[in-house]
Design a protein. Structure first.
Lengths: 116, 111
C-alpha cells in the first residue's frame, strides 16, 4: 500500500517571498503520478501541478514548481512570488498508474498562510 | 461546461437514516471516485469506478454503497447513517491522462 506524508501541518510566508512545502511517499511501484492539490477556504479542490514518475524533468506551472527526487521518494512544491490568493490547504497525492488506476492516496495536508 | 456536480452541498441526518449523495460529470470521464475529508486525515478513498458497471472498494468503504449504471453518474449511498460518517464528501472524475477534477463537496452532519 502507498503512503503519503506531509510533515508540515502549517506554514506561513510573506507576500512575494518563496515557500517550499514538503511531501514524502512510500511505494514499491515504479510507474505512478504525483500531484499537488490546493484547497482554499471555498473547499474546492484545485489541481496545482502533476508529475509523472518516469519523467526526470521537474514539472512547472507558472509560479509553482516541484522538486521530484524519485530515489528519495520526495516531492516538494515550491511557490515563488507568493500571493495572498495562495492561502489554502495544500495536499500531496499519489496515484499508481496501473490496474488500480483511479485511486488517489492523499497526505494529511499543509495549511499555508500568505501574509501581506 | 459544468464539470463535476455534487448535490446536496449541505445535509443533516439523524442516526439511522439513509440518503444518497449525487454526483454527475459531463466530461465523459471513465474514472470516478468518492472521498471523505476529515480534519488531520486528508482525503480518504471510499469507493471508485473505472467505468460503467465496474466499481471497487477504497480505503474506508464500510457503511457506503455505490453503483455506476452510466458513465455520467456515480451516486454514493449511506445505508444507515452514523455520527462517525459526519464528514465532507468529495466526488471526483478523471480521464486516463489528466488528473482528477473534483466536485465542490457535500458537508454531511449526522446527529
Amino acid at each position: 500500500a502507498q503512503t503519503v506524508t506531509q510533515s508540515q501541518p502549517e506554514m506561513s510566508v510573506q507576500e512575494a517571498e518563496t515557500v517550499t512545502l514538503s511531501c514524502t511517499y512510500d511505494t514499491s511501484e515504479s510507474n505512478y503520478y504525483l500531484f499537488w492539490y490546493k484547497q482554499p477556504p471555498s473547499r474546492q479542490m484545485i489541481l496545482v501541478i502533476r508529475q509523472e514518475a518516469y519523467k526526470q524533468q521537474n514539472a512547472t506551472e507558472n509560479r509553482f514548481s516541484v522538486n521530484f527526487q524519485k530515489a528519495a521518494k520526495s516531492f516538494s512544491l515550491k511557490i515563488s512570488d507568493s500571493q495572498l490568493g495562495d492561502t489554502a490547504m495544500y495536499f500531496c497525492a499519489f496515484m499508481f498508474k496501473g490496474t488500480s488506476y483511479g485511486k488517489l492516496t492523499f497526505g494529511q495536508g499543509t495549511i499555508l498562510t500568505v501574509h501581506p | 461546461n459544468a464539470g463535476v456536480t455534487q448535490t446536496p452541498k449541505f445535509q443533516v441526518l439523524k442516526t439511522g437514516q439513509s440518503m444518497t449523495l449525487q454526483c454527475a460529470q459531463d466530461m465523459n470521464h471513465e474514472y470516478m471516485s468518492w472521498y471523505r475529508q476529515d480534519p488531520g486525515m486528508g482525503l480518504r478513498l471510499i469507493h471508485y469506478s473505472v467505468g460503467a458497471g465496474i466499481t471497487d472498494q477504497g480505503e474506508v468503504p464500510n457503511g457506503y454503497n455505490v453503483s455506476r449504471s452510466t458513465t455520467e453518474d456515480f451516486p454514493l449511498r449511506l445505508l444507515s447513517a452514523a455520527p462517525s460518517q459526519t464528514s465532507v464528501y468529495f466526488c471526483a472524475s478523471s480521464d486516463w491522462n489528466y488528473g482528477y477534477t473534483f466536485g465542490s463537496g457535500t458537508r454531511l452532519t449526522v446527529v
